[in-house]
Design a protein around this ligand. Structure first.
Ligand code: NAP
Length: 242
């Protein structure tokens, strides 16, 4: 057996640790976007495969017998490549995707399909905005009205900065509610992507507690493949195949 895990999420890291403990042959694949990826307990390869055909070729060469797509809910292309490569090679495929956040009582969310719609939802009048959409998604905000942005990203910004007047904070979750209250207390509105997961959820609770509006970017579409929400469920699926 050879399991290929398409990673880039905390769930893929947890699954990798479980597979390493089990001792099954497995490889973790990363796109290479993060400057300093955490050490991996599994053999790791980094970089794109060259589309679905490239991925299928790699899987054939390496004798992959099970494919787990544990890419981020906002990875728009890789899930489709994985589905196509699984078809081309006849390999069982499972998607591991954490559930989205859902608005509850006391939340003031505006859900939008993308970043240009998020900019529209902020309106023309300058506001104080806490922006937590990732450092590679800032162009749409840079070309919109001149809001006062407080931007938080994992890695520092790419120079030249897309929002030169923004205040920038580089930090990696998990974030604590009391810290998030501090950030939300300084702004009128939070703009974020519906990534889901507990590590970055405290900002939503802080927004609710402080009565701040949230502009929530919805997830992109994924192909219709069998899916689970936790690494434990993915491990059971792999064990059943072995
Ligand atoms: P994407 O649009 O689905 O991927 C773009 C291209 O990057 C893919 O076509 C593929 O290149 C390569 N790629 C993506 N994931 C890969 C993987 N695990 N292993 C090898 N190659 C991979 O995704 P993205 O939004 O650019 O995100 C890139 C990576 O960052 C993903 O692995 C994702 O899990 C992680 N990530 C993304 C976000 C986000 O908000 N988008 C947040 C956190 C983590 P080829 O076509 O050449 O194979």
């Amino acid at each position: 057996m050879h399991v290929l895990v398409l990673g880039g999420t905390s769930e893929s890291a947890r699954l990798a640790a479980m597979l390493a403990r089990w001792g099954v042959r497995a490889t973790l694949s990363l796109a290479g976007r993060t400057l300093h990826p955490a050490p991996s307990p599994l053999p790791r390869r980094i970089g794109g495969f060259g589309g679905a055909e490239g991925l299928a070729g790699w899987m054939r060469r390496e004798g992959v017998t099970a494919l787990v797509d544990a890419t981020h809910p906002f990875a728009a292309r890789m899930p489709f490549s994985a589905a196509r490569a699984a078809d081309l090679t006849g390999t069982p495929l499972l998607a591991l995707v954490r559930p989205p956040w859902r608005a509850g009582e006391g939340d003031d969310w505006t859900e939008v399909p993308g970043h240009s719609e998020a900019v529209e939802a902020l309106g023309p009048v300058p506001r104080r905005v806490f922006l937590t959409v990732g450092r590679l998604e800032l162009e749409a905000y840079a070309s919109g009205p001149p809001h006062r942005y407080l931007v938080r990203t994992i890695d520092p910004p790419v120079e030249p900065r897309p929002l030169p007047d923004a205040e920038w904070v580089a930090a990696r979750g998990p974030f604590r509610l009391e810290d998030e209250r501090g950030f939300l207390g300084r702004v009128d509105v939070l703009v974020t992507k519906n990534s889901g997961g507990s590590a970055t959820e405290a900002k939503l609770e802080a927004a609710r507690l402080l009565g701040r509006a949230v502009v929530m970017v919805r997830r992109p579409p994924r192909p219709p493949v069998p899916a689970v929400e936790t690494p434990e469920e993915a491990l059971s699926w792999i064990r059943a195949l072995s």
